[in-house]
Design a protein around this ligand. Structure first.
Ligand SMILES: [Zn+2]
Length: 252
């Protein structure tokens, strides 16, 4: 019998091929990115019993056959994210999360941090409220940067090293914040709640609950700096990021 392998992972993509088959892309904590062939998945819905739906966390058994991809033999559902009639906004945000995960995950490369972020981010998408996606998007992005190890320390001032709890100015995306003792506050200075939120997400990825951050010049600065950091690690523009940006235009 060909060797079998068991893994837990989250479905980030489904790609129909041939008449009835689907290539399922998973991200797992131990094996990184894994693409498996689900034979007959489109012909028989019962075959994998809901275990390959997008944004599902599954336990899978795969078999290395003669083909290029391992074949999915069994799949059972551990947790279903966004399965109960999600809104368009929730789906757009979750697609963005999945696309970021696809960019960052590598085959045979264990990445527990990325997996933790992915799971927490999908849970966050599920609790996201339509018309208030701006804050959760920022939370997802900051957590992602942290999971990749490229988020600057936002809790210590880059000049004096003291804490930024009273707020800070974010002038250079890569460097971090200058505290209000070292630099006089301006409308673009990040408020204490905004600094707190950013620090929280950089410690615990996409940690809910998140109170919506009020729109401000400082929030825009934070979003721009995070986008700059993302630009270093993700090829731009992601398709889902554009869809999300279009949605966010209608928010204050
Ligand atoms: Zn300072």
């Amino acid at each position: 019998m060909p060797p079998r392998h068991r893994l837990d992972g989250i479905v980030i993509r489904q790609q129909p091929i041939a008449e009835a088959d689907v290539i399922v892309s998973l991200v797992s904590a131990e094996d990184g990115r894994v693409d498996v062939l689900a034979r007959g998945a489109r012909k028989s819905l019962k075959r994998f019993a809901g275990g390959i739906a997008l944004f599902s966390e599954i336990s899978a058994v795969t078999e290395q056959g003669r083909g290029h991809l391992p074949t999915l033999v069994e799949s059972s559902l551990n947790a279903a994210f966004l399965h109960k009639s999600p809104s368009y906004g929730q789906l757009a945000l979750a697609s963005y999360v999945a696309e970021l995960a696809a960019c960052a995950s590598q085959p045979s490369h264990a990445d527990p941090g990325l997996y933790t972020w992915l799971r927490a981010s999908l849970a966050l998408c599920e609790s996201a409220v339509e018309q208030a996606l701006r804050t959760p998007r920022l939370g997802v992005e900051v957590g992602f940067l942290q999971a990749l190890g490229v988020c600057p320390d936002l809790q210590a001032c880059i000049q004096c090293g003291q804490d930024t709890a009273a707020g800070g100015t974010w002038l250079d995306a890569d460097a971090g914040l200058t505290c209000t003792r070292c630099r006089r506050p301006s409308p673009e200075t990040l408020s204490p709640p905004l600094v707190r939120a950013l620090a929280l997400w950089s410690l615990a990825p996409a940690e809910p609950p998140i109170d919506a951050l009020p729109p401000s010049a400082a929030l825009r600065v934070a979003e721009q700096q995070v986008a700059t950091l993302l630009g270093h690690v993700v090829p731009q523009p992601l398709r889902s990021a554009i869809a999300l940006r279009d949605l966010l235009r209608f928010e204050a």
